[in-house]
Design a protein around this ligand. Structure first.
Ligand code: LLP
Length: 409
């Protein structure tokens, strides 16, 4: 996280002291670095330079309108999974020709909007969905460009709750079902099949599953005998949450995709989310109480699982660092927990953490992806503020939800 670093024991985002920001604002809050987002985006594009892919940022990872606008300016398209995300992407100025729509359960209304807006691809995930898109397109006198999502039955070696490419997962069509649908597709007069898409899972840290997936796709393309204009290879590129998480080697994968692109003479689409925004965000919280318990001390933060779900949902590990460092260490175990009335509202445990006091500020790291976008009002807690450092200035990009609004009947 090069945009976040300590200087003289104070934690900084770009050139701004996080303590100063925390003192002036209600905690907890999300804080993002635009220079980190820009670097992540341009590094991603650089890794696939020879391929010149269309990069469609996965809006579900972070759907803050300002962040979407910022990514649009960097040249990003959008991968959306709902009407809300589609409308947000359009409002951010992203052209329909750079938007792809995935998801197993798109409603009629969502499909109608996607057809009307003439987005680049509706990636259909079942024959019934293809039928419905065809029927709606006919009514609307349109020929809709679609992709079909393949379930390549690949083990992505990631958390079971974020794996999407195994046969038992609900996503996409098996090779056989996909081939059957391809044979019928010419009968669907209002559809134009131009793409094949896959997405095998998220937080993948090895290029192996991606390579395997490419092999399955190659095999399927040959069998369909269809000339696809686009191959949408999805997202899933992992980031380092823990110090010894190995880094994914995008360059190796890039070489393979290059060969693949040459062989099939197609355009490549990627749908990265986490690798663009994950390490660009932190969540700043205050230690509300310190409470001694058997063999440990609880540091009760003012941020809870409703603000940041990943630890409770996936046992995800997110480091928590002090906003001001000191040289004093505790002997007892410190467990960071939140205020929500659930045992799983807890974050991380440390041995020998630095000595904390009540009202100290801390930062939960790497929360840019699936942080604010997964937050909720559970326990009737308002959604928290989001701030962005942009051109060396601090900017509010979402106001803290007003409690009176929230409790209105
Ligand atoms: N494309 C499709 C079709 C997807 O379903 C996803 C994520 C992506 C792209 C973006 O994947 P990424 O590059 O961010 O890995 N909430 C979970 C992650 C769920 C991912 C869902 N799909 C978490 O916090 O780990």
């Amino acid at each position: 996280m090069p945009s976040y670093k300590y200087s003289q024991k104070r934690f900084f985002v770009e050139n701004l002291s996080i303590e100063n920001i925390a003192k002036k604002n209600i905690t907890p809050f999300y804080l993002y670095s635009s220079s980190q987002i820009r670097d992540n985006f341009s590094n991603f594009v650089k890794s696939f330079k020879n391929i010149n892919p269309l990069v469609c940022f996965s809006v579900k990872s972070n759907s803050n309108p300002f962040i979407l606008k910022f990514l649009k300016k960097l040249g990003s398209g959008a991968d959306v999974v709902s009407q809300g995300e589609l409308l947000k992407a359009l409002r951010a100025g992203i052209k329909p020709s750079k938007i792809v729509f995935s998801g197993v359960g798109k409603s009629e209304e969502e499909l109608r909007i996607a057809i009307k807006k003439k987005i680049l691809l509706i990636n259909v995930e079942s024959e019934s969905e293809a039928l419905l898109v065809n029927k709606l397109s006919k009514k609307m006198k349109r020929k809709t460009t679609i992709g079909i999502r393949l379930n390549p039955n690949i083990y992505a070696n990631t958390h079971k709750k974020i794996s999407t490419g195994k046969a038992e997962d609900k996503f996409g069509l098996s090779k056989n079902e996909l081939l059957k649908l391809c044979l019928k597709i010419s009968k669907f007069k209002n559809l134009k099949l131009i793409a094949l898409s896959v997405h095998i899972g998220s937080q993948i840290l090895s290029d192996n599953p991606f390579k395997k997936s490419l092999n399955v796709i190659s095999d399927v393309i040959k069998k369909t005998k269809i000339k696809f204009k686009y191959i949408d290879l999805g997202g899933g590129f992992g980031i380092s949450y823990k110090k010894n998480d190995k880094k994914i080697k995008l360059n190796n994968y890039s070489k393979l995709v290059y060969k693949f692109k040459k062989k099939f003479n197609c355009e490549i689409i990627f749908e990265p989310g986490r690798s663009i925004i994950g390490n660009a965000g932190i969540l700043v919280a205050k230690v509300q109480y310190l409470k001694k318990a058997k063999n440990k001390t609880f540091a009760v933060l003012d941020a809870g699982m409703n603000d940041f779900m990943r630890p409770a949902l996936y046992d995800a590990v997110h480091e928590i660092v002090p906003v001001i460092q000191n040289n004093k260490r505790t002997k007892s175990i410190v467990e960071f927990v939140g205020p929500v009335c659930e045992t799983s509202c807890k974050f991380i445990k440390y041995k020998n953490y630095q000595k904390l006091s009540e009202n100290n500020f801390v930062a939960i790291l790497n929360v840019g992806a699936y942080g604010s976008s997964l937050s909720s009002n559970y326990n009737t807690r308002p959604l928290i503020s989001e701030f962005l450092v942009y051109k060396n200035k601090f900017k509010t990009i979402r106001k803290r939800q007003n409690l009176l609004e929230l409790i209105k009947v």
